[in-house]
Ligand binder design. Structure first.
Ligand SMILES: NC(=O)c1ccc[n+]([C@@H]2O[C@H](COP(=O)([O-])OP(=O)(O)OC[C@H]3O[C@@H](n4cnc5c(N)ncnc54)[C@H](O)[C@@H]3O)[C@@H](O)[C@H]2O)c1
Length: 390
């Protein structure tokens, strides 16, 4: 009787860990329950559903990840392997990426150092990371000098801004004989668009603003960003590809990536069903009502996530600095590199496609499209596979 009731579930019966076990096998065989179980599901979702068949993968980045070296250790290998097609980041992650791209030095310190003494000595602290105040001053000067270039003297989307900035970082890296040091330079090389949802909210935005007090004509075109990100998702869905969101942390980049679907359906009036797969690593709780902790189920109600694929969505309550290296190693060992989509190179064409559909279907008055009805039961957890007794 009991066997029948429980036979749909994989049995928990792990073998002991051996000294030569790989990261991917460790995750498959021993991450069995609670948040390790969710992290295994996340790894399997990425490798078995999000990456196959050239699915579009958007990455949203919050938390102080690049200062901790995760740009170099994880994001750049994932981008080069063709596993990340587009990015929405905080400005801070790109600002701190510049330190690595310009070969500045950050140090592993401690969270328990006297901050008054650090301030006196001109040392900056991000939790247990330390660096000289000059790192900020030199990075600020780099941004100000670069954006004096003629290509920056007009309004532009943040993807275009980061592409041009990335070219300068790439050139500086070559002069310094650096390789694979910067997310911005790698995005430039690989044609991966990077958007920032709050472009004024970082030291990059602060320097752009200061230069506007001089003679700079650089203005961030946030409307272009909203439409361009929606156009990327529409490009995926209208060409028969899956659209996946891989969310590290939460914050404004999480919404900016997810709102692409309501932009297509609710605002542009185009029939669509939501992102296919949702994967989030976060410490944010859902019960406070904030967007950072909002679950994929809640996102379904907004049209952000397809109700039919909800059972496959995963939230792992794991610090990104632990989750990302594990997920990176898992993906690189389980999936062959994919051809780069170079979505940046196609930005005008992709936007033109969605614009022409919108101008046919969209209205100024109330949008009257109905929603497609979910086909699948939403029993979260039932469709997950577990590496049984290997
Ligand atoms: N010098 C700068 O440019 C600078 C520096 C710091 C922050 N900022 C700005 O402040 C804003 C907020 O900063 P933030 O990105 O640090 O995020 P945040 O503290 O607002 O966190 C965003 C979300 O991610 C989650 N989160 C953060 N770190 C995590 C981790 N390690 N693992 C899992 N979840 C995590 C949080 O719980 C939260 O839900 C950003 O917009 C940023 O640009 C700028």
């Amino acid at each position: 009787m009991e066997t029948t009731k429980l036979s749909v579930y994989p049995r928990l019966n792990p073998r002991g860990i051996s000294k030569d076990i790989s990261v991917a096998d460790l995750i498959d065989r021993t991450f069995l329950a609670y948040n390790s179980g969710r992290l295994r599901e996340a790894a399997q979702l990425l490798t078995q559903k999000m990456l196959p068949d050239d699915g579009f993968v958007g990455l949203s980045l919050t938390g102080a990840l690049t200062p901790a070296g995760l740009g170099k250790s994880c994001l750049i290998p994932l981008m080069k392997a063709g596993f990340i097609d587009w990015i929405v980041s905080t400005g801070a992650n790109l600002y701190h990426d510049l330190h690595y791209g310009l070969n500045m030095k950050l140090y592993a310190g401690s969270p328990f150092i006297d901050d008054v003494a650090l301030h006196r000595d001109g040392v900056i602290r991000i939790y247990d990371i330390l660096f000289d105040y000059n790192v900020l001053l030199d990075t600020d000067a780099f941004v100000r000098e670069v954006i004096r270039g003629p290509e920056f003297q007009r309004p532009m989307g943040t993807d275009e801004f980061h592409y041009h900035l990335g070219r300068y970082v790439h050139e500086r890296g070559r002069a310094l004989r650096l390789k694979n040091n910067s997310v911005l330079a790698t995005a430039y090389e690989c044609g991966i668009p990077i958007f920032v949802s709050s472009p004024g909210d970082s030291s990059i935005g602060m320097n752009v603003a200061a230069m506007a007090l001089r003679d700079s004509r650089l203005i961030f075109d946030v409307n272009r960003d909203v439409n361009q990100t929606a156009a990327i998702v529409y490009e995926a869905k209208s060409t028969g590809h899956k659209s996946s969101v891989f969310i590290l942390g939460g914050g404004s980049p999480k919404n900016f990536m997810l709102q692409t679907e309501p932009q297509i359906q609710e605002v542009m009036g185009i029939q669509e069903k939501g992102h296919d797969y949702f994967l989030q690593c976060t410490d944010a709780r859902p019960d406070s009502g904030g967007l950072s902790g909002a679950t994929p189920a809640e996102a379904v109600s907004w049209g952000k996530v397809d109700p039919d694929t909800l059972p496959d969505c995963v939230v792992a309550y794991v610090d990104s600095t632990v989750a990302l290296p594990l997920l990176t190693a898992y993906c690189l060992s389980r999936v062959k590199p994919r051809k780069l989509k170079r979505l940046y190179d196609r930005r005008d064409e992709i936007l033109d496609t969605v614009r022409s559909i919108y101008l046919k279907t969209g209205t100024v008055s109330k949008v009257l499209t109905g929603r497609k009805i979910a086909k699948r039961a939403t029993a979260v957890g039932m469709s997950k596979t577990l590496d049984r007794d290997r």
